[in-house]
Design a protein around this ligand. Sequence first.
Ligand code: 13P
Ligand code: SF4
Length: 307
Amino acid sequence: MSLIQDIKDLKREKNAIILTHCYQNIEIDEVSDFVGDSLYLSREASKTNADIIVFAGVYFMAQSAKLLSPEKKVLLPNLKSGCLMSDMIDTENLRKFKSQYPGIPVVCYINSTAEVKAESDICCTSSNAINIVRNLNVKKVLFVPDTYLGKWVEKNLDDVEVITYNGYCPTHLRIRPDDIIKAKEKYPDALVLAHPECHIETAKLADFVGSTKEIIEYAKKSDNKVFLIATEQGVTERLNRDSKNLNWEKVFYGVKDNIICPNMKQNSLEDIYNVLLNETNEITIDETIREKAKECIDKMLLSGSRK
Ligand code: 13P
Ligand code: SF4
């Protein structure tokens, strides 16, 4: 309790805010100003007047906040908190991939480093990927690094070929189509809500596919009472907490046990307190890379606002 109060006091003293991804350890919500998905958090990062942003998420998320707010200090509570998918591509791999398909625009999922964004044409997140590709008005795109989000985009658009890089999220790939089938046998009235990082055959079995924040919003609005959640456990935990606290009378089950992103769980309240107190683990980005990568995110923010 006093750690939570100490963090709140430090935030006030230092004009800091805490942005928290919904896969983080749930107790971090208590000190957070915003909790949500990558798009929502990157938008909030660009709007804030705070001097310091503590990003309770993984490295690429803190980097994205720094891209949009170069004048602010952006701190990552634990530097071990990286994204395995974003580590699957670097500029060398990207250049090789691009050279196989000259002249085709590159759409880069936000789960990537600033260096990879700097060499891509436009960024996207799980919540706007379909719109971003549609708004490009082209017949073919290259999509990096998530092969499954790319396939999901292609499935939802007529007449666009999405050529995907072979990156993936090991946590989401653990959820197999069979897991959905078995869970549905146990809870036949449940609606299945899945993240598009799941295998495409898994996503096809879901009633709704969306970003973490979209899954939470869908569940909140739905008249259904039972749900099966096909994404990281942090989402299931937050839904059950909100259902209890706000009397939704809904119940949420993970499609499979222990769907946990180990990297997302690296940040603790102690880490947050320490980085805020000592202003350590600051994210820095080379200015040339930052400008190019920012352009890639800016194009997304502009295009994403058109439906
Ligand atoms: P969201 O943008 O949907 O929150 O997803 C980020 C992520 O890393 C999912 O694994
Ligand atoms: Fe990266 Fe997967 Fe973890 Fe999301 S869940 S941060 S994609 S490793």
